[in-house]
Design a binder for this molecule. Structure first.
Ligand SMILES: C[S@@+](CC[C@H](N)C(=O)[O-])C[C@H]1O[C@@H](n2cnc3c(N)ncnc32)[C@H](O)[C@@H]1O
Length: 484
């Protein structure tokens, strides 16, 4: 979140905040602790946020939102009006459809005042131009945006429903109709706003004990994400106006039987911002899902190595399991992945701490001589994960190749970052400059991880043998090292 540019009517920013709080407090069952307030943090690039007016002790309730005020499928009239099971669309698309419906009702929606404080523009990667995405260079995050899949889901699932019920979904924002290509494009744009709000604002809503546990197993077509649970999603007013901070997290949402309650999990001092937590996510994911980065998430930065790149570095012609017996052996034994994640090494971490065992097994399998591999294959037994010089050399080569794909060095990027943002520059940049800076931060983090792992591998590589690739090319000396 940046500045005014992200909100529909920035000139009424404070007025909208006041109206939102007034609406919220007018709802039965809502409790807002007078020790907190909604603050304008646009000058720091954080949009709205919640701040403590006075000291708050640990454990104190900050606010409580009754379950019936959550913007969710179960609370919207749409499920009664549509004549089809909205829940069956899955957590993402069902909430998207409900939000489209409620947004289209304008002032008649129960959540009209809530929509007024939600942004309509985002810096999440879904909205970056090709030129802006190019700034992320070789980051694996570029392949995870899922824009095409999201477009398809919206056009194939949401658009037909909207077109079949023009009375429920009157076109908004000056659009004449959702028919034709122009109508489809308009709906796509609006649906992406709702999808992005869900991605950055929604909570997974645990069912209360009295509700039936009838969760459907549906595909999450909006996202290419990692969520495997299928809890319904909901927009929780006020709870989602808390910003997040990896180090300064001081509040948590507790899902109780009747209400969702935000509580202080640490003493909070007067004037301090109240922060939620997004978990241990790398800055690349922070950018993809939430559209911002801060340095204190750099501790969670990772480097991701696609299987394709590993196979290429090992001299395989492709990474198709069917045509590569070595991959087939691993697949059959359930130890093959599409890609491998290596975290930023903590101080004093060993290779064993950071290199996933599955990756070491892959490196070992790719380093076997043809004879060794045939032995393994005949027993259908993959090798044990042991990081020796061969594996280290192959990984070293893979990481060097990855490093070269970025197109600029860590040193060059650091210089560029300083030139973009001298120490006394304002905290918030706007538009493309802001995106450029965030892309730089992400790729700097990944290059730092690469450099750190290369340095850790160096002694094993130089003290050990030469590389031995999948085709069994020469191996000279052996040196045992870390067992992973
Ligand atoms: C759940 S909302 C929080 C409320 C939001 N600030 C607003 O004004 O609507 C999440 C969004 O807030 C912004 N955000 C959250 N934490 C932030 C932080 N520490 N610094 C800057 N922006 C932050 C990001 O744009 C993110 O997508």
């Amino acid at each position: 979140m940046s500045s005014s540019a992200h909100f529909p009517d920035p000139s009424s920013f404070q007025h909208q905040s006041d109206q939102f709080v007034a609406w919220l407090e007018a709802n039965t069952g809502v409790k807002v602790n007078p020790k907190i307030c909604l603050a304008d943090l646009r000058s720091t690039g954080a949009g709205r946020g919640v701040v403590a007016r006075t000291n708050i002790p640990e454990g104190e309730e900050l606010f409580s939102i009754p379950r019936n005020l959550i913007l969710a499928v179960q609370n919207s009239e749409l499920k009664n009006l549509l004549g089809q099971d909205v829940d069956s669309l899955g957590p993402w698309l069902s909430l998207m459809l409900v939000m489209l419906y409620e947004y289209s009702q304008g002032a008649n929606s129960k959540w009209a005042a809530y929509f007024q404080v939600l942004p309509t523009r985002f810096d999440t990667l879904m909205f970056w131009s090709q030129e802006e995405l190019h700034q992320l260079q070789a980051s694996a995050i570029v392949d995870k945006i899922g824009k095409q899949g999201a477009d398809e889901s919206i056009l194939q699932t949401i658009l037909p429903i909207v077109r079949a019920h023009p009375g429920l979904f009157p076109p908004v924002n000056g659009v004449a109709s959702y028919e034709g290509d122009a109508g489809a494009a308009a709906l796509l744009e609006l649906a992406h706003i709702m999808g992005s709000l869900i991605m950055a604002y929604a909570f997974d809503i645990e069912k209360s004990e009295t509700e039936e546990d009838d969760v459907d197993e549906n595909d999450e077509s909006y996202m290419t994400d990692d969520e495997d649970e299928q809890l319904p999603k909901g927009m929780v007013p006020l709870a989602d106006l808390l910003n997040a901070d990896a180090d300064r997290n001081n509040a948590r949402l507790f899902q109780e039987e009747e209400c969702l309650v935000m509580k202080a999990i640490k003493p909070i001092h007067e004037g301090e911002e109240i922060f939620n937590d997004y978990g241990e996510i790398p800055r690349a994911d922070l950018l993809r899902r939430y559209g911002y980065v801060t340095d204190n998430y750099s501790q969670y930065d990772v480097i991701e190595l696609p299987l394709r790149d590993i196979c290429q570095a090992a001299g395989l012609s492709n990474s198709d399991v069917e045509s590569q017996p070595r991959l087939e052996l691993l697949e059959e034994n359930d130890v093959l992945d599409d890609g491998y994640v290596i975290p930023r090494p903590a101080p004093n971490a060993s290779l064993q701490d950071i290199i996933p065992a599955e990756l070491v097994i892959l490196l070992t399998t790719l380093s076997l001589t043809p004879e060794e591999f045939e032995q393994r294959r005949s027993k259908n037994r993959p090798p044990k994960p042991a990081m020796e010089s061969n594996q280290a050399s192959l990984l070293f080569k893979i990481l060097q190749t990855k490093q070269a794909q970025y197109g600029s060095s860590l040193g060059e990027d650091m210089q560029l970052l300083t030139s973009i943002l001298p120490p006394n520059a304002p905290a918030s940049l706007d538009g493309s400059a802001r995106r450029h800076k965030m892309a730089l931060q992400v790729r700097i983090g990944e290059k730092e991880v690469l450099q750190a792992i290369l340095a850790m591998l160096e002694p094993l590589v130089s003290g050990g043998s030469l590389k031995r690739s999948a085709n069994g090319d020469a191996d000279t000396r052996h040196s045992k090292a870390a067992r992973v």
